[in-house]
Write a protein that binds this ligand. Structure first.
Ligand SMILES: *Cc1c(COP(=O)(O)O)cnc(C)c1O
Length: 330
């Protein structure tokens, strides 16, 4: 890979590498949203990916890109969420050792989910930062390979394979709506879609509560924002003050960023359930939510990426029953 930017050739290579290891997810027309918007609206059903989220694409591409010697050393990350699950699954597929570092505050069900996927757990300290210190130690002292959730060329290229599939299945697509947190997903999709279909708009969508990428774009460089509880928990967290790739790619390739309230995200989860019959997590409902809220300028065929389904089902039940936020959550 040359330079700091992930190119279309890297994404095509990723597609060949991960074929047979991850699902090629369907692109389904939504009758309800097409009617509402007056243009064809399609949903990329990436929440049907194994492990329940798109992160398996990047993790699989990154693990399969390691040399035999690097694979021997094993991979390590500090995520308990969708990236941790994806990395554990990808490492198992490749026969690599995987260590997931987490803090004492992580609930037992999340620990069980990761060990069930064959990864080793290191429980240290009281915060995500403490867990990251242990990752750094394992890299430095034991030579393990760190695979971060978004700011890595093979991770971005893997997520970008979603963009290739969207343009293959709907060449006339004019707007793609993508959930945005650290930016690995949207950077990869934008690189793929803009290479194949330069006029197609890429819109990133985050929650108002703690939108680190949007705040960084406004500031002109990566900044930290306060992390707040949100229905879109998988969109929380920072972009890293030492961000190498995703900040510049998002700045250069993404046309617009839209921020949504908790009530708007809840309405997206409900629409997915009642109209589309799909169970999605908050972070995956934002594309639908932005359309419902009238926040997207409609310009021809539109795709919303549904990025994951790993929501606590008791929370999902409360939202479906009408709750408009996390209130009442344990
Ligand atoms: C990680 C994640 C995102 C955001 O992806 P980034 O690459 O961090 O922007 C969106 N949706 C789900 C379900 C995720 O797990």
């Amino acid at each position: 890979m040359t330079g700091a930017v992930v190119a279309i050739a890297d994404i095509e290579e990723a597609a060949r590498r991960i074929a047979g290891h991850v699902r090629r997810t369907p692109l389904e027309r939504s009758a309800a949203l097409s009617e509402l918007c007056g243009v064809p609206v399609h949903l990329k059903l990436e929440h049907w990916q194994e492990t329940g989220a798109f992160k398996l694409r990047g993790a699989t591409n990154a693990v399969l890109s390691l040399s035999g010697e690097e694979r021997e050393r094993g991979v390590v990350a500090a995520s308990t969420g969708n990236h941790g699950r994806a990395l554990a699954h990808a490492a198992k597929t490749a026969g690599a050792r995987c260590v997931v570092c987490l803090s004492n505050l992580v609930p037992q069900n999340k620990k069980d989910a990761i060990t069930a996927l064959g990864a080793e757990l290191r429980v240290v300290g009281k915060s995500q930062d403490d867990a990251q210190v242990e990752v750094d130690r394992l890299v430095l002292e034991e030579g393990m390979m760190p695979l971060p959730p978004f700011d890595h060329p093979h991770i971005i290229a893997g997520q970008g394979t979603i963009g290739l599939e969207i343009v293959e299945d709907l060449p006339e697509v004019r707007t793609v709506l993508v959930p945005l947190s650290g930016g690995g997903l949207i950077a990869g999709i934008a690189a793929a879609v803009k290479a194949r279909s330069p006029k197609t708009r890429i819109v990133g969508i985050s929650m108002t509560r703690g939108a680190a990428m949007q705040a960084s774009l406004v500031a002109g460089h990566p900044i930290e924002v306060e992390e707040l509880p949100t229905l879109a928990d998988s969109l929380g967290g920072g972009i890293g003050l030492a961000n190498r790739l995703t900040f510049a790619m998002v700045r250069d390739l993404v046309d617009e960023v839209v921020l949504l309230s908790e009530a708007e995200i809840a309405a997206g989860i409900r629409h997915a359930y009642f109209q589309e019959r799909e169970i999605v997590e908050g972070g995956a409902a934002v594309g639908i939510a932005a359309l419902l809220a009238g926040r997207i300028e409609i310009r021809g065929p539109t795709v919303a990426v549904l990025s994951g389904r790993n929501i606590a089902m008791d929370l999902h039940a409360r939202i479906v029953a009408g709750a408009n936020g996390l209130e009442g959550s344990a």
